[in-house]
Design a protein around this ligand. Structure first.
Ligand SMILES: Nc1[nH]c(=O)nc2c1ncn2[C@H]1C[C@H](O)[C@@H](COP(=O)(O)OP(=O)(O)OP(=O)(O)O)O1
Length: 175
């Protein structure tokens, strides 16, 4: 059996910019990323995405304003737990992105995304997201800085992609 933990990752965007946050503690510290974290028991993926946005940058997003745009799976050498990351994108939000103990938010123009200070996988799958393509990516890390192999593909629909894997996920994990 593959052990996995489900995470959320949310990117607010507009025509010119994307909101990233500098992670101030824990996993991925000092890297720029979207906002998100572990899906807790008794919440759906989308509920977790909304909660993490509020906790990490004080912004309110509504369920219908978040679009499921991708899934990323990460495994690490010697670690039996797969990270299953559900990626969302949104334009509409309420409030002002504000620094918290976990994240320092900042808007970046699309040509100034700081890939050198992000997870190495980001420069591989961001082009899909930025071009409004749905995607699935699978990455195996040799260590926290080094991808040993990966595969990315474009998807036609997130719903049908998740439906095809339904037998492997519990109802709570669906969005
Ligand atoms: N290789 C990777 N590339 C990427 O772009 N995002 C990644 C990634 N590996 C993890 N992430 C994201 C997923 C998730 O949004 C975040 C990790 O979540 P955290 O560990 O911060 O979870 P929590 O906020 O629940 O943690 P704690 O509250 O500190 O327990 O980093």
């Amino acid at each position: 059996m593959v052990l996995k933990k489900i995470y959320t990752l949310v990117f607010l965007r507009n025509e010119k910019k994307i909101l990233l946050g500098l992670k101030k503690r824990g996993f991925g510290i000092n890297k720029w990323n979207g906002f998100g974290g572990k899906v807790e028991q008794n919440e759906s993926v989308i509920e977790a995405a909304i909660r993490e946005m509020k906790e990490e940058c004080c912004v309110t997003v509504k369920k219908d304003d978040l679009k499921s745009v991708g899934q990323l799976e990460f495994t690490f050498e010697g670690d039996p737990v797969m990270m299953d990351v559900r990626v969302f994108s949104g334009v509409v939000y309420y409030g002002t992105p504000t620094e918290t103990e976990e994240m320092a938010p900042k808007w970046f123009t699309y040509d100034s995304i700081p890939f050198d200070d992000m997870w190495p996988d980001d420069r591989l799958w961001f082009p899909y997201m930025l071009n409004n393509k749905l995607f699935y990516g699978k990455f195996h890390y040799k260590d926290l800085d080094t991808i040993s192999n990966y595969d990315i593909r474009e998807l036609k629909s997130m719903d049908s992609f998740y439906a095809s894997r339904e037998q492997n996920i519990s109802p709570k994990e669906k969005n």
